[in-house]
Design a protein around this ligand. Structure first.
Ligand code: BG6
Length: 485
């Protein structure tokens, strides 16, 4: 579907996200000729700088993040789309330059991308309304963090909802823009093979891991008030869990998919004081070695509070109270400064009921399906197969599907795909307001529990898989994290 003409307004237009992801993503789509000729990107920033000065910043800050070194002709053409306006987003009296920059033609889609702290969302939406910029043909994109608890998420939904209706609101979770997440939908609902097995009778457990090698970097100010639970688990990991566990939606239409995801969130077993203590582990990285290089601990990062209790790692065991999933543990884990960078979902099937071979059933590895989001996007299905030669010995073998090998088509970054979806008005990969609130509702008891708890997160050395308690959490059920198996 071709994209119709648009004005994309980036609030936070000179900020980190715009320079690292949004502008490079728009460039990539421009090179692929996805953007209409006259479409523009209007960058809003506070600094009173000229258009030329802003373009110089784009040149030095955004251009190095473009995935393939830009061809000078394409780059120059792309820069012509960019307009800089100096506006104080919270002061309605300064909106004049933005009003002037936007084209009045009603048929041009307006997208307001709020790449700002969420504390500014309400004010920006009010100002867009007061200046008449929030038209029926407008869309608003909200970047995370979408609140820090249920109350603040509800407030964001309510404030933005006063100006835009739900079908105009795009809540970004960039994990939903990753190729493999959509491939998971394809796998589950484009094949007849998996659906009959996709249930408690055949699946023993599911692991979802997002591990990063990087530390907190220069984001300490934000991160120290957030932590891994708010930064990664409440959104990215729960969204992945929803896609794995949801009932088949009738269509790929936004509300069909979002209703199905919402059902999963609402069916997550609530934690009790006992399960909170038993089923959740939080950790904080200490000094260590990542890729052979020495790195400091979280509390030694520049400007880190000496006694910070912010978690940089969380692992938990979740359960879904439905006929499909009752009794199947979902282990979720994320952390910074871990041994490797990977994001993957591991679905483990039940063991065979009886061995006809001269091999005990316990020597059979249960089948498992590994869905790799990064790096090396792909799937592997682990099966038992006969080893070559005489006799009948079975061993685990892998069926491997490497998406890059299989499909030579150029890849799209998550932000490229999500931005195109916003511009096309496709909401399926964006969270609805009730989903956001349901996710916060489930994690809130964990946040409250930690707040009341005097203890600190468990230390773990950088370059490891987190505190030993994380292995013990899954070990109690007789299992291991895949990388430790
Ligand atoms: C962001 C988090 O949402 O996701 C970051 O705020 C994290 O802390 C990042 O590093 C990870 O994303 P990706 O796509 O690099 O795995």
């Amino acid at each position: 579907m071709a994209i119709s003409d648009f004005d994309l307004v980036l609030f936070g237009g000179s900020g980190d996200l715009a320079m690292r992801k949004l502008i490079p993503a728009m460039y990539a789509r421009d090179v692929c000729r996805d953007l209409p000729e006259s479409a523009r990107i209007i960058c809003v920033g506070r600094a009173a700088i000229s258009q030329e000065e802003f373009l110089r910043i784009v040149e030095t800050t955004a251009k190095p993040n473009v995935k393939e070194t830009p061809n000078e002709k394409n780059w120059a053409r792309f820069l012509e789309r960019i307009v800089y306006v100096s506006v104080n987003a919270t002061d309605v009296n300064t909106y004049g330059p933005l009003v002037d920059a936007l084209r009045p033609d009603e048929s041009i889609t307006r997208v307001y991308y709020l790449a700002t702290p969420p504390s500014l969302f309400a004010q920006i939406c009010d100002n867009l309304k007061a200046t008449g910029l929030a038209t029926a043909n407008s869309r608003v994109v909200l970047e995370k963090p979408l609140g820090r608890d249920l109350e603040s998420a509800k407030q964001i939904n309510a404030e933005v909802g006063k100006v835009f209706c739900e079908s105009q609101i795009y809540r970004i979770d960039h994990y939903l823009g990753k190729e493999t997440v959509q491939n998971l939908l394809a796998l589950r609902f484009g094949n007849v093979l998996f659906e009959p097995l996709w249930r408690r009778e055949w699946i023993s457990d599911v692991q979802i891991t997002i591990a990063e090698k990087i530390g907190v970097g220069n984001r300490l100010g934000y991160y120290d008030t957030s932590g891994a639970l708010r930064d990664m688990l409440q959104n990215h990991l729960l969204q992945l869990l929803c896609i794995v566990a949801m009932e088949p939606p009738a269509t790929i239409a936004p509300d069909a998919v979002r209703d199905a995801k919402l059902q999963v969130l609402r069916s997550l077993k609530r934690f009790t004081p006992t399960t909170l203590a038993q089923n959740i582990v939080r950790g904080q990285y200490r000094a260590g070695y990542v890729d052979g290089k020495q790195v400091p601990g979280y509390r030694e990062e520049p400007e880190a509070p000496k006694y910070s209790k912010t978690e940089t790692f969380v692992a938990l065991k979740a359960e879904i109270d439905t006929w499909r999933w009752a009794g199947v543990p979902f282990y979720l884990r994320t952390g910074k400064r871990m041994s490797d960078r990977l994001a993957e979902i591991v679905v483990r099937f039940k063991p065979i009921p009886h061995s006809i071979f001269n091999q005990s059933t316990s020597s059979f590895q249960p089948n498992s399906l590994v869905i790799r989001l990064q790096p090396n996007e792909g799937l592997s299905l682990n099966l038992m197969a006969k080893t070559p030669g005489e006799g009948m010995r079975l061993k685990q073998a892998e069926l491997e599907l490497d998406f890059r090998e299989q499909f030579k088509a150029p890849r799209m970054e998550a932000y490229e795909r999500l931005l195109l979806d916003v511009l096309r008005g496709q909401l399926t990969l964006f969270m609805r307001g009730d989903e956001l609130e349901a996710a916060w509702e489930w994690v809130e008891p964990i946040l409250n529990h930690w707040e009341q708890d005097d203890s600190s997160p468990l230390p773990y050395a950088s370059g490891t898989w987190g505190p030993a308690a994380s292995s013990a959490l899954i070990g109690r059920d007789g299992l291991q994290w895949r990388e430790e198996a």
